[in-house]
Design a protein around this ligand. Structure first.
Ligand SMILES: Nc1nc(=O)c2c([nH]1)NC[C@@H]1CN(c3ccc(C(=O)N[C@@H](CCC(=O)O)C(=O)O)cc3)C=[N+]21
Length: 275
């Protein structure tokens, strides 16, 4: 089985972004946070660190886990109206009573570098230019980097979230893949996933995908980043179980994650250029 690491691709995307940023005014990304979730805060710190490495300014608007929907909306509106800010991202999860889908509508689509505004998802579905959510874009970037053909091929996406499953299904359709989307109510998941030549797991359940879900030779992309008890990170794929069946598999950590962060920064540089 081939291991499809994301670290080199992420480094290449960051280097290309740094070169692009060096030519013009400094892009600025604002990250809005309203959670105490450790995994989410880890991601925010890694965005800030990577941004500083490529010459992008990164402002954190930390509203705390007690933030209200109104407070979050007003922050997103203020950042969207601020000509000095080029990218705006709203981290999930949010406090109870705040809907990410509804609040994301307050992000100017021109600054929507994580593709969260429903308008961005609609444009993606319509085949119009839009920022895709960085995680969904990272899956496509990895498939392209490793030369995985998509045209006419059977692809199965497990997970229907607004940040990964749904936008990814549209991106794959845009490349003429044959796309099936599975979710928690899918009957006989293994029967469906084992038809996949390209299988993407994006459900957020550690080790859900085992050998019985994978057809021999399949390319398997693991989007899951599930915190483990010992402070580590586990994917949605039981990598030991599928090692003898999959043709290729992305590792966790070191697969989709680093590419996600790199693409968020590329999107920010693009948003600054488009202004
Ligand atoms: N609006 C929004 N968009 C997101 O894309 C989003 C979010 N909210 N909330 C939180 C989750 C989490 N997430 C990760 C991204 C990269 C890594 C990543 O790069 N992880 C490293 C390793 C981390 C480690 O070793 O602890 C890796 O996979 O190699 C992890 C997690 C994006 N998220």
């Amino acid at each position: 089985m081939k291991t499809l690491t994301g670290k080199e691709l992420a480094a290449a995307i960051r280097a290309e972004t740094a070169a692009r940023v060096a030519d013009g005014p400094q892009p600025r990304l604002a990250v809005v946070v309203a959670t105490a979730d450790e995994a989410s805060l880890w991601y925010v710190r890694s965005i800030a660190k990577a941004a500083s490495g490529v010459g992008i300014a990164c402002d954190l608007a930390d509203l705390g886990p007690g933030a209200t929907a109104t407070g979050i909306r007003e922050t997103l509106e203020r950042l969207s109206a601020d000509p000095g800010v080029h990218g705006v991202m709203l981290q999930t999860p949010l406090p109870p009573g705040a809907s990410a889908q509804e609040l994301a509508a307050a992000i100017d689509p021109a600054k929507d570098v994580d593709g969260a505004n429903p308008l961005s998802l609609g444009r993606l579905a319509a085949g119009l230019p839009a920022f895709a959510p960085a995680t969904a874009a990272a899956v496509m970037a990895l498939l392209d980097h490793y030369g995985v053909a998509l045209e006419g091929r059977r692809t199965v996406v497990v997970g229907r979230s607004t940040v990964v499953g749904k936008p990814l299904a549209h991106l794959l359709l845009g490349r003429n893949a044959t796309v099936t989307v599975c979710h928690s109510r899918t009957r006989d998941l293994a029967a469906v996933t084992s038809t996949a030549e390209v299988l993407v797991a994006a459900v957020g359940r550690a080790g859900l995908i085992g050998a019985e879900h994978v057809t021999p030779g399949a390319v398997v992309i693991d989007v899951g980043t599930n915190p483990t008890e010992d402070g580590g990170l586990a994917g949605d794929v039981d990598s030991a179980a599928v090692a003898d069946r999959a043709g290729a598999l992305t590792p966790v950590p070191g697969g989709v994650g680093p590419v996600t962060t790199a693409l968020l920064l590329r999107h920010t540089a693009q948003a600054a250029d488009l202004r």
